[in-house]
Structures are given as C-alpha cells and as structure tokens.
Write a protein that binds this ligand. Structure first.
Ligand code: BGC
Length: 892
C-alpha cells in the first residue's frame, strides 16, 4: 500500500516523518480520511500545509494555522479527485516566531470510486472443479476442501505507459500476478472485514510491470476468512460470508500521450485449478507441484483448455481503500536445531511465531512432504498439537522433481516447532526457514534492563503482538479461534501502541468494531462479529470506547474520536437504557467476569461491570471535551457521578473494604476513581495481595491495571514484589518455563500438572502481556502528559531487583528515552526529549530536595506523588535535549 520514503528523514530543522492517514505515501486513501501528521523539528506554535494538484498547481493552502497540533490535521481544501495523486508539504513556526524550512514532499493518492469491474469466479460446469490427479491427502478432512482457483486475462499495451494502478480485492484471499511477477509483497489480502458490510481493496503501482504488446493479469484465490474455516464454529461449510471465493480487479493505465486503458475482471477471464489443492487459514495448504500450469501468468501461455468464469456485477457493499497496516512477511528465522523425530525431522525455531515454513528441497517427482506445526513439545519431546482443537496447521507438498522451494500462499500457523516428514535426507539448516507473517506495524518501543527474564518477558509480549496482529487483533494465532476479541484488544491496546506504531492497524479494526455494532447500540464480543448476536460482555464491549480513547491518547488522533462518536454514544445509550439504576446488572451478554482469574473469579460480576461503565463514562466525558462538545462532556460527567454514587452505596463498606475483597475489586475501584478514600483502598489492595502470598489473583481484566495502580498509589515496592514472583500464577513462571510469547493461562503448563486443558490452552495470547504498558509507563516512566505527546511526563519507578533500565518510545512527536541506575545509595536518571517537546521529569528520591540535574540545579519543586500514599519526588520542568539527574536513591 505504501511506496517510497519521501519525507521520512530528519535533517534537524524541517518537519519530517510525514504521514497521511497514518501511512507513508499511501496509494489509496478515502477522501474523508485524508489527515496529515508530521514530526516538527522544533517547538511548534503554528503550521502551514500546502497540497499540490496532480498537474502541479496549488490545490490547498491551509495558510498559517496557530496550532501546536502536528498529528491528525484534517485536510480542509476543495474536493479531491478520485484515483489522483496529490503532493503535500508542511512548515512550522516555533516559539520565537521563526519558521522552519519546508519539509520534503510527501504524497497520497485518493481511492478510486469508478469501478467497472465485476466479481468473477470459475464457472460451475457440473464437472468437479478439481481435475483428477494428485495423491489423496493425508488428512481426510482435506479431501473435502476445494482447490484454489487460478484466473487470468490477456490484454495488449500499444503505447508507452506513464502510470498504471491495479486496484484489487477478493471475497476470500487473492495473490495478484502481472506478466509472471507477483504484484507487491502483501500477503493474505484483502484482509478480514465483515465482507457483507465493507469490502476493502488494495492499490498497487504496477507501472514497471507492464510491457509493450501482450500482457497477462492473473490471480490466485484462497478461501480465507470469507469461506474457509473461521473461528471455532467449525461447521464447514460454515460459509460465514459465502461459499466460494471471487475476485474483483481493475487495472488503470495512463499512457504517455494522456490516453487511458482499463482492464477489469469480467467474463473475458479464464479459470482453472493448479498446484494448490486446497488452502485454508486454520487447516493448512496442500500443493501438488506437478499440477502447476507453468507460465500461466505470463503471455504466450495456452489457456484454451481453461474454463470460463461467471461475472456478477458489484452489489451495494461499500468498496473502501484498506486503511490498515500492510500484511506481509516481517521477518525470517533460521532453525535453532533440527533433530530426527517421528519418522521425520523436528525443527525448533527457538521462538513461537505466526507465519509458515519455507522449505527448499531437491527430491524426486512424487515425493510427499508433510509439515505439522505446534507451539510446544510434550513430555516425550514430540510435537504437541492437542491445544489446536480442530485446527490442523498442516501443509503438504507433492514434488514435481528437481530443486524446488515450497511455501504456502493462503494459510498461516502459530508455531515454534515444525515436524517435517517425507524428506529422504535430513534438511540442512539453510533449507528450512520460518517466515514471520502479520500486519506490519513498525517498532516504536524499546526496553532493556539488567534482569534477563524481564527482558525476555518484554520480548515475549512483542512477539505475541506480532503473531496476533493479523488484519485484526486476534486472541491467538494457532487453534480454531483466532478471533478479534474486544476484551483482549482493550487490555492490550496501550501496550501495543508502546511496542509498535499501531495507529493504522487499530484504525482499521475500529471500522470492524463499528460494523459489528448491534442494532441495540451494543458493541459485541468480537469484531468482525461472525455469528455473535449478544451484547459484548463487561470489559469486552467497552473496548468500543477504550480503544479509540487509547489511540487518541497515544497518537493525538482526534479523527478516530470524531469517526466513532455516534457509535460510542449509542453504546452508552444502550448501557443506560438497560441499567437505569446506575448499577450495570443487565445487558451483560456472555458476562465473562475477570476471565481466567486463577483460583476462581471471586470479583462480583456486577461490580466489575459497573466499574467498567464508570470508566466508559469518564472517557466519554474526556472525549466530548476533546472533540469540542462540552454538552457531551457534561452529560457523561454527570453520569459518572451517578454511577460512582451507586457503586459506593452498593459495594464499598464503611471500613473501605470492597465487596468480594479481591485484588481486581480494589484495582478497579482505584483505577476508575470510584472509592471514597483512595489511600484506604490502596491499603486494602496491599492487604489482599499479602493474604494471597504476593501472588496476583487477577484475570484478563484486573491484571492490566494491577501494577500501574500499585505504582500510582506509591506502592512500587509491592508492584515489583508481584512482578518478581517466580511460581505460578506469575509472568516469571511462564518465562522461566520457556515461554517466548505470553500464555493464555497462568498455569498453561506446570511441573505438577503438565499442560492445562487442551480445550483452551494457547501459548500465544497477548492479553496477560498487558503488563508491557507498566514496563513503559512506570519502569521506564514514559507517559503522555497530554494526548499525542505534545508534553511528556517522565516518572520512572525504580524497584525490585532491577538496578539498571533503559529504553525509549518513538512517539508521534519524536523519540523519548529514559535510563536509570541505582548504584549504592545513588539514583541516576538520564532522559532525552525530542525537539519541540516539553517534559516534566519526576525523580523519585529519599531526599528529593537534594536531587540535582547535570548543571547542579536543584528541582523546580518537590511534590507529593499525585494520588500517592506517601511518595515524594523532585520535579524538573525541562525542554528538548538530553539531561541527567542524580540524587539519594529511595530505600530498598
Ligand atoms: C478467547 C479469549 C476471549 C474469551 C472470552 C476465549 O476463547 O481465547 O481470549 O477473550 O474467549 O472470554
């Protein structure tokens, strides 16, 4: 979707990192999504954006706008022409009134609106589409799956080409080909949406792939989410959206002489089946290389034996440019070891990941190679696949003979280990590669400390994110589920945004969430919604408010708030209609409670639900203010007050105990600001932690706030104590037992009991990795002081056995770094603040008034930690640049 790198470098004075709709030089943006962002190289007080038309004329000049906003600036010029490219640049004015040079030029292309293409699919002839040939599949289920259609169309080009754009989508998955070459590097396109409501397409610059004379446009199709196995509703043909894949493509060529030519999917295309005997996201892919029609996607191939296609005109389903992060291969791993096992070879890639295996093999024709994938090994060292439930994760290849490279097209697996059978010789390490596949979200955060397992925890959280960000944020990448669960996404969203630039990725998924909203106004449990018709459970449905807010906080993206405002207010109306008494006891859907709490979930579910409702109301009040709607802000402030009163009356006793007396109860009461006396509630939280042996007893929901709340209330010592517990339930238990991604369950495997129930035991579920947020916000101490990081709060919390920590975050306003060390009685903090950003640095110290910055200057003031029980800190207000602070360390 993106090309070029214009405007992405800093030279120190001009704005850089130019993005449109959160993407670098996008090839298709919906006109109403054209919003700009850049990183100013100085404190910005005003900006000016200029947009140039395709002819090179001035199209829009924002004029000088007095605003510090450099993120999410809406285009406000004359209408933009569909399919055209516009260039843009920006300059800014700083505090002193001096202006920056113009940025380099960036561009965006507007999505197409004039579609002549029809949906095409191989014509049913009464004959089986799968021509005879090829061995029976290993897996009987596979025998029922259809082969992948191959589609092609010849056309000729008679004049020199100036520019060509291919816009393409599928019901199912597509891989587009032009003159024997794969178009672009994207995978699993067009991604997953509710295809009945929104079909997204991708645009490619194919100018360089056309040639004079005969040309061939082709595509392979896979079943994908459209008509393959999707979720745990394994009743294939489940056909959640349709029963067979189809292609829609339009190639627009502009010649050097200004004339144009359009090639579309229509009844002039031809179809056949080839090497891909079946391809399914959950089940795997089976290829018979001897059936590949060699040269089918290049001119000169004789397709007279191919069948025709049926062409159906487009229906009213909106076709929209893909606004999300591109799905592609984001890395490759070599085997850590290859050992003989189960009549074949067991390959260990050393890392649980999502993707597939690419295998180079030079074997005789007819050799059948089978690759099974699993996350862990059983007690005997064999591949463990019971936890996949009905998903097979099995790829099979029948060789055509001679050197070949085997790799699937339309499946994806969650695995660390691959078991390869059928090879006559052991594979060499260079022959086997794990290809990491997912939504490509550029890294944004880094973390390093002197305690190795904590670094491994951080890495596992990021790997879990990579593996589960596959078009939508999924719960897990391996078993027959892989659904966009809202609860998992909301607890992890903040961590995700610190780890990686997830603005475009979540932006797309929030469209899925909006499409999934029920007529009642309720957000559901999953998006895309599939067969779910219940309101989302507390903590799940609330993601419809929490995730947009999180994006606004991290990226300053007001566009997200505006786009989803009516969906969010409809959700709030639903909750209020259901619960006029201000306790959330109805409209709870599947009501999962504090899902997967160890030792049973003792937090009263209506308490948890009401706390989340209060949080929604609080966020809605802030959202109302952010979008300039004081009326909205006021009405949700008043709702929040009413819920808070009802919460206190129903759940908080005079001695400050909260009904259920659970960690999650106190955490939610504190986090959502619902308790009458925070210090008393914080004391109770510490008491129940001690009662629970300093083990956490929180599930998916409680865990995300546990350590942050402890730090916020001055008990970083307790937060570290919980973090560093090594027996289950704890993060360290997973990490010490070989986790390279976060487990679904605290006790996914224990020495006493072995594996948890195979019915629900994923080793790659990011939800419990929401502790990543704490590592960035509280250990490194990097926190936006205002949405979009116009100002930053740098407030690290040293503790536990960590004595040295360093890391950073590439915010939309530039990279922020912190590093601290405790040496003897001294605490040293280094910070680096990017140009144009102001920071409030808060240095924790036993004697804050003795803290000094590098110049020997004393703090601007000494403050009690806001909200904290008894912590003090030295406060320095600083601007851009690197600084170091030193002072007496806190005890411990
Ligand atoms: C999923 C979870 C999800 C949950 C709902 C599970 O099957 O894997 O991550 O949030 O259902 O309780």
């Amino acid at each position: 979707m993106t090309a070029g790198s214009t405007g992405s470098t800093a030279d120190g004075t001009h704005p850089h990192g130019l993005r449109c709709a959160h993407l670098e030089n996008p090839l298709a943006v919906a006109p109403d999504r054209v919003r700009f962002s850049w990183v100013p190289a100085s404190a910005q007080r005003a900006f000016r954006v200029i947009v140039t038309s395709p002819a090179g004329d001035l199209h829009w000049d924002s004029g000088r706008v007095d605003s510090a906003s450099a993120a999410d600036v809406a285009y406000a010029g004359p209408p933009l022409a569909a399919g055209e490219r516009y260039a843009w640049r920006v300059r800014v004015w700083d505090d002193t009134g001096s202006d920056s040079p113009w940025s380099q030029t960036a561009w965006f292309e507007v999505g197409a609106e004039d579609w002549d293409a029809s949906w095409i699919a191989p014509m049913p002839t009464g004959e089986p589409f799968d021509p005879p040939g090829g061995p029976e599949p290993f897996d009987p289920l596979a025998a029922s799956l259809p082969p992948a259609p191959y589609l092609r169309r010849e056309f000729s080009v008679t004049r020199p080409v100036a520019r060509a754009r291919l816009r393409v989508t599928a019901r199912g998955l597509y891989e587009a080909r032009l003159n024997g070459q794969r178009v672009g590097d994207l995978l699993l396109q067009p991604g997953w949406t509710d295809y009945a409501r929104r079909q997204q397409y991708q645009a490619y610059d194919v100018t360089g792939l056309l040639r004079p004379g005969a040309n061939v446009l082709g595509a392979l199709l896979g079943d994908g989410w459209y008509c393959g196995f999707t979720g745990f509703d394994a009743k294939r043909p489940g056909y959640h959206y349709g029963t067979a894949p189809a292609l829609l493509a339009q190639l627009d060529i502009t010649f050097a002489d200004g004339t144009t030519q359009r090639v579309v999917t229509d009844d002039g295309w031809r179809a056949t089946a080839g090497a891909i005997r079946h391809a399914d996201l959950l089940m795997g892919e089976r290829q018979d290389a001897s059936l590949e029609p060699a040269g089918w996607d290049a001119p000169g191939f004789d397709a007279s034996g191919w069948r025709g296609v049926t062409a159906r005109p487009r229906d009213a389903t909106p076709l929209v440019p893909d606004p999300g992060a591109p799905l592609r291969a984001t890395g490759e791993l070599s085997p850590r070891s290859i050992s003989p096992r189960a009549g074949g070879y067991l390959v260990d890639f050393g890392q649980n990941l999502t993707g597939w295996v690419r295998l180079a093999a030079d074997v005789q024709a007819g050799t059948r190679i089978r690759i099974r994938h699993g996350e862990v090994l059983d007690a005997d060292g064999n591949l463990y696949t019971e936890n996949l439930r009905t998903a097979r994760q099995l790829d099979e290849y029948t060789a055509a003979g001679g050197p070949a490279m085997f790799e699937p097209h339309f499946t994806v697996h969650g695995f660390r280990y691959a078991e390869i059978t059928g090879l006559p010789e052991p594979p060499r390490a260079g022959d086997v590669t794990a290809v990491v596949v997912g939504s490509d979200t550029p890294p944004a955060g880094s973390f390093d400390c002197d305690v190795p397992w904590v670094n491994r925890l951080h890495a596992s959280i990021d790997w879990g994110q990579r593996g589960n960000f596959v078009s939508v944020p999924t719960d897990c990448p391996q078993r027959d589920e892989r659904l966009g669960w809202l609860g998992d996404a909301q607890v992890f969203a903040r961590t995700a945004c610190y780890n990686r630039d997830a603005a475009a990725f979540f932006g797309k998924w929030l469209d899925d969430v909006a499409d999934a909203q029920l007529p009642s106004g309720a957000f559901p449990d999953i998006a895309p919604r599939l067969w779910f018709t219940e309101p989302g459970a507390p903590g799940w449905g609330d993601a419809g408010v929490i995730v947009p807010w999180t994006l606004y906080l991290m990226y300053g993206d007001r566009g997200i708030l505006l786009r989803h405002l009516s969906a969010m207010t409809a959700w709030m109306d639903f909750l209020e209609r259901e619960n006029p008494g201000c306790l959330r006891t109805r409209g709870l859907g599947a009501n999962y409670g504090d899902w997967l709490s160890p030792h049973g979930d003792h937090t009263p579910r209506d308490l948890l639900a009401t706390a989340y409702w209060a949080y929604d109301a609080d966020l809605m009040a802030r959202i109302g203010a952010a979008v300039g709607r004081p009326d909205i802000a006021g009405s949700y402030q008043s709702l929040l007050r009413r819920i808070r009163t009802a919460f206190r009356d129903a759940y908080v006793r005079p001695d400050g105990t909260i009904r259920g007396d659970t960690q999650t109860g106190y955490v939610l009461g504190l986090r959502m600001g619902l308790v009458p006396d925070a210090a008393v509630a914080a004391g109770h939280l510490v008491r129940v932690l001690e009662r629970d042996g300093w083990h956490l007893s929180t599930g998916f929901l409680g865990v995300s706030y546990l350590l942050p709340v402890l730090c916020e209330y001055g008990r970083a010592d307790v937060a570290y104590r919980v973090l560093e517990r090594d027996s289950a339930p704890s993060w360290r238990h997973m990490t010490d037992n070989g986790a390279t991604t976060i487990w679904e369950r605290w006790d996914g495997w224990t020495a006493e009991r072995g594996f948890q129930s195979p019915h629900m035991n994923s080793f790659n579920h990011y939800a419990l990795g929401s502790v990543g947020e704490w590592l960035y916000r509280f250990v490194l101490g990097i926190e936006p002081a205002e949405p979009g990081f116009g100002r930053v709060l740098l407030r690290p919390h040293p503790g536990g056995s960590l004595t040295r920590v360093s890391g950073g975050y590439r915010s939309v306003r530039g990279t922020i770094e912190t590093g601290w060390a405790r040496d003897g009685g001294e605490f040293r903090l280094r910070v680096s603040v990017p140009p144009g950003m102001r920071a409030s640095v808060r240095v924790p110290s036993a004697e804050p008034e003795r803290v000094r910055d590098g110049d020997g200057s004393p703090p601007d003031r000494v403050a009690a930690y806001p909200g904290a029980v008894d912590a003090l800190e030295a406060v320095f207000e600083t601007g851009p640049g690197a600084r170091e602070f030193r002072g007496p360390a806190l005890p411990g």
